[in-house]
Design a protein around this ligand. Structure first.
Ligand code: NDP
Ligand code: 8X3
Length: 249
């Protein structure tokens, strides 16, 4: 596939699996994240096919500087995958930690907007740009203690619709992939390094893997141009909703 893909959150989980699959399919990849050693490891794997950018999506100057720094081979971005994001904490709303709330809104919502805004000139250039927003089932239904994380993913859902509406005249494709439970570092971040608690989220049933989502993203971007997957929800077979999961242990 002869495309240049800009992906945020490439250093882990869904982003890293997608980076690997799309590089294998022949794409040039701009792999972004904060952890430089993780990005360097990807660079070692994929060489000249891959360019890495280390920045925090919350820092809007850093976002624009990073995009401006792209070398000629990676400057004409065809596909943006807005994947960087996390949950921080899981508390009843009256006990919520304000720093966690800021992190989720700043990363999952404002960071996604900054990256998108910085890349729109390239994506709109020939009317062939494609934006994929990684939302969540948490952006489709609110669950207990999900409050601000859910709000941030409902915002991603709204931004996904807004981009499709406002950019319709440009002929670009915009769509969201909204996963349910995927086993990544997500819960480790949410529970601030409490590995046992994080592991328990994925115990007793078969969660999705990051590779499952990468394959879906490849399916989405490899459709004929007139086909836009506008909004896709994917859950493990054992999951019926955010709170109903068939567990065997
Ligand atoms: P991971 O924790 O494994 O990966 C998160 C990625 O986001 C990392 O590469 C991390 O890179 C990057 N990231 C986080 N904060 C920042 C920041 N401030 N600036 C730049 N990059 C950042 O989790 P997942 O792979 O599961 O998450 C990817 C996306 O999928 C998220 O948007 C998440 O909300 C969504 N999602 C996850 C689900 C799940 O069950 N796992 C289900 C539904 C949606 P680094 O730390 O190096 O900066
Ligand atoms: C991640 C899925 O259910 O942990 O977005 O919110 S969930």
């Amino acid at each position: 596939m002869d495309k240049t893909v800009f992906i945020t959150g490439a250093s882990s989980g869904i982003g890293r699996a997608t980076t690997r699959l799309l590089a294998e399919k022949g794409c040039r990849i701009v792999a972004c994240g904060r952890r430089e050693e993780r990005l360097a490891a990807l660079k070692d794997e994929w060489g000249a096919k891959l360019h890495t950018l280390s920045f925090d999506v919350r820092d809007r100057d850093a976002v624009f500087r990073a995009v401006e720094s792209l070398p000629p081979d990676f400057r004409e971005v065809d596909i943006l995958i807005n994947n960087a994001g996390n949950a921080h904490g899981m508390d009843l709303i009256d006990q919520g930690n304000l720093d966690d709330w800021d992190a989720m809104i700043d990363i999952n919502v404002k960071g996604l907007l900054y990256v998108t805004r910085a890349l729109l000139p390239s994506l709109l250039k020939d009317g062939r740009g494609h934006i994929i927003n990684i939302g969540s089932t948490a952006g489709k239904e609110v669950y207990p203690k999900g409050n601000v994380y859910c709000a941030s993913k409902f915002a991603v859902d709204a931004i996904n619709q807004a981009l499709r509406i406002d950019l319709n005249a440009h002929g670009v494709r915009v769509g969201a992939v909204n996963p349910g439970l995927v086993q990544t570092e997500f819960s480790e971040v949410r529970f601030k390094g409490d590995t046992r608690r994080a592991e328990s989220v994925y115990k007793g049933y078969q969660p999705l893997t990051p590779e499952d989502i990468a394959e879906i993203i490849y399916f989405v971007i490899s459709r004929p141009w007139h086909v836009n997957i506008a909004d896709l929800v994917v859950m493990p077979t054992d999951q019926a909703s955010s709170t109903i999961v068939r567990k065997f242990t």
